[in-house]
Design a protein around this ligand. Structure first.
Ligand code: HEC
Ligand code: HEC
Ligand code: HEC
Ligand code: HEC
Ligand code: HEC
Ligand code: HEC
Ligand code: HEC
Ligand code: HEC
Length: 400
């Protein structure tokens, strides 16, 4: 039986090898890889670069036998840049190019299990889009490197989904997404690329960014809430002075730091909506997103101050080496107390969904997965803090 499978397996491989159309002068690489990795050769031939850009152009010619495969080079964005300079340059100017650095700047990254970073899984898999200057096959996958594939919104789905950035879920169940899914050919509905890669621009960047932070802020009440959030992110110390983490924010282009930088990206977006909508309609929608950030920031800041009070009164012990009398939101799910775990969920799950849902036209994400659980969580944080205070013999006076 084992024998039979091996023979069948071998003849399938032979069949595949024969079935592939043989080009006039196949390189040594192609000849051997027709049997070694038939899928790779098939995909390569199906793409525009097939039979034009040989294996060795991207992988070098150091490896020539089955035994020395480790000597094959793995290409990076700079390999592609030798022929696609314009796209590579655009890419370097955008957020994707910073993805690997941003991930490694997070304080908890070093303690992640190895498969989550280097194993093509977890943080490292999604953030590899910015590794070694960029991984171009993140959207046009090897070895077809197809433009058509990269133009479909599914090309973004693997990474832009789930817990803290469910753009796929939000867009695909929004009006835009449902029109696209029912009437793709007409082009009536915008895809991710319509709004984020206009004219094929590879330098993706938004006004607010992932964490929805910006400086400066004209609204004094909103500024106060933002300062509280920045303290809990460790970017400002408890007195409001910048810490070394501000340099990380700057280096990773995490937030727009001048009003002009923010406005430029906003104006671009309004123009894109304007291809199909009136621009005042579009501006109103985007301003609704801004207001949702304001509302969420207020709930978030209130919860942070409750937990900061527990640090202040010694009810939660400060971690060793942590100078700031504030909960550290960047501890994520490694936070030591349930109340801080709740705070992390408020920031990374509910606050994100509340404003991202508005920006992506998804009423359910904005409300039931965003704003509503944010309010619920605040009540839970307040109740848990009071329980902790009572247990420590330091209750606050009840306010009713
Ligand atoms: C005599 C057969 C043969 C030739 C010639 C050959 N390869 Fe390979 N190559 C293999 C086999 C077999 C593997 C898989 C080895 C393994 O995974 O254990 C491989 C693996 C690879 C890998 C993957 C390496 C890795 O780290 O996963 C690349 C890339 C590659 N070959 C490119 C090339 C290029 C480029 C050429 C021509 C310069 C070439 N090959 C010539 C047989 C060959
Ligand atoms: C335009 C550049 C380019 C060309 C041409 C190219 N590759 Fe690749 N190849 C890549 C990229 C990019 C990767 C992924 C590198 C990474 O993940 O670090 C890759 C990965 C691989 C791998 C390892 C991953 C896997 O899925 O097994 C093999 C094997 C491979 N290539 C074989 C080939 C062969 C054989 C050819 C020629 C038929 C070829 N490549 C042509 C860019 C290229
Ligand atoms: C030696 C030059 C060279 C290198 C290196 C190179 N390309 Fe290409 N690329 C080409 C050529 C030539 C074409 C085909 C243009 C045509 O026929 O329309 C092409 C086409 C493409 C296309 C368009 C495919 C389509 O469906 O229309 C993409 C995307 C692409 N390359 C991506 C890459 C990526 C990613 C890398 C690096 C992993 C890379 N290229 C490396 C020369 C190169
Ligand atoms: C499923 C893919 C995926 C996984 C897994 C993932 N990320 Fe991300 N990460 C993203 C995407 C996509 C964004 C951008 C989202 C947005 O802007 O809404 C992002 C944003 C970030 C940012 C913000 C960067 C900035 O400049 O605003 C940091 C930092 C980050 N991730 C770190 C991590 C760490 C650390 C892990 C593991 C604990 C992780 N990510 C796991 C996809 C992922
Ligand atoms: C975030 C997804 C994504 C990544 C990452 C990406 N591309 Fe693209 N690429 C696209 C999309 C979408 C298009 C089609 C743009 C359009 O509609 O004109 C495209 C088109 C292209 C084309 C064809 C453009 C033309 O004008 O012929 C080339 C070449 C290309 N990309 C190269 C690269 C290179 C090189 C990298 C890495 C530096 C890269 N891409 C990374 C999404 C991506
Ligand atoms: C109709 C246009 C439109 C479409 C379609 C769209 N987005 Fe967005 N996206 C926006 C707007 C507007 C923002 C907020 C911009 C700002 O900061 O002012 C945004 C923000 C983002 C952000 C930053 C964090 C956030 O969510 O606020 C990411 C990442 C993102 N979009 C990815 C995607 C992906 C992936 C898709 C497809 C699944 C997609 N978008 C579809 C308009 C769009
Ligand atoms: C391999 C995973 C991956 C794929 C595929 C991917 N992205 Fe991203 N994207 C990320 C990560 C990670 C970040 C955060 C980058 C950082 O940390 O600097 C990001 C950031 C962004 C941002 C910037 C948000 C901000 O902070 O301003 C936009 C917009 C975006 N992606 C759109 C897209 C679109 C559109 C596609 C599909 C054409 C796409 N991405 C495909 C992983 C991915
Ligand atoms: C390619 C064309 C196109 C682009 C670009 C586009 N939209 Fe739409 N949008 C549509 C269509 C078509 C509908 C469905 C209209 C309806 O519901 O009758 C729609 C519906 C909407 C709706 C919900 C329906 C309603 O009227 O209540 C909102 C909100 C919206 N778009 C906002 C935006 C914003 C904001 C942008 C830019 C960030 C944008 N759209 C970009 C085509 C587009």
């Amino acid at each position: 039986m084992k024998h039979l499978i091996r023979i069948l397996g071998f003849s399938t491989m032979l069949f595949l090898a024969l079935a592939l159309p043989a080009a006039a002068q196949d390189s040594k690489c192609v000849q051997c890889h027709r049997a070694a990795t038939p899928g790779v050769v098939r995909d390569w031939q199906a793409g525009k670069m097939g039979n034009k850009v040989d294996c060795a152009t991207c992988h070098g010619n150091q490896h020539t036998t089955a035994a020395d495969a480790a000597r094959a080079k793995m290409p990076t964005a700079s390999t592609c840049a030798t022929c696609h300079e314009k796209k590579a340059k655009e890419f370097q100017g955008g957020k994707h190019a910073a993805a690997w650095v941003a991930m490694n700047a997070m304080p908890r990254t070093a303690s992640q299990p190895a498969p989550m970073i280097d194993g093509r899984s977890g943080c490292g898999s999604c953030h590899s889009i910015g590794k070694d200057g960029g991984k171009c096959d993140s959207c046009h996958t090897r070895h077809t490197f197809s433009v058509q594939e990269a133009r479909s919104p599914q090309a973004c789905q693997t990474c832009h989904m789930g817990f803290d950035h469910p753009q796929w879920e939000m867009w695909s169940t929004s009006k835009h997404g449902t029109i696209y899914l029912t009437d793709k050919a007409s082009g009536r509905a915008p895809t991710c690329q319509t709004c984020h890669m206009p004219k094929g621009d590879h330098g993706v960047l938004t006004a607010w960014g992932f964490l929805a932070l910006r400086l400066p802020e004209n609204d004094p009440a909103w500024l106060q809430d933002r300062v509280t959030i920045l303290k809990a992110l460790g970017v400002l110390d408890p007195q409001g002075n910048p810490t070394p983490r501000l340099d990380v924010v700057k280096a990773g282009n995490v937030a727009r730091l001048t009003a002009a930088d923010w406005q430029r990206e906003r104006d671009k977006m309004v123009k894109i909506c304007g291809q199909c909508h009136g621009s005042s309609f579009a501006s109103r929608q985007l301003e609704a997103g801004d207001r949702m950030i304001d509302t969420s920031d207020h709930l978030m800041a209130e919860a942070i101050e409750v937990v900061a009070g527990l640090y202040h009164d010694g009810i939660i012990a400060k971690p060793a080496g942590y100078a700031y009398a504030y909960p550290d939101l960047l501890t994520f799910y490694d936070a030591a107390t349930p109340i801080e775990q709740k705070l992390y969920e408020m920031l990374m799950e509910y606050r994100m969904r509340a404003f991202q849902g508005v920006f992506h036209g998804n009423p359910d994400y904005a409300h039931w997965y965003g704003y509503a659980p944010l309010k619920t969580a605040l009540v839970e944080v307040q109740a848990e803090a009071q329980r902790m205070r009572q247990a420590a013999g330091k209750p606050l006076p009840e306010k009713r």
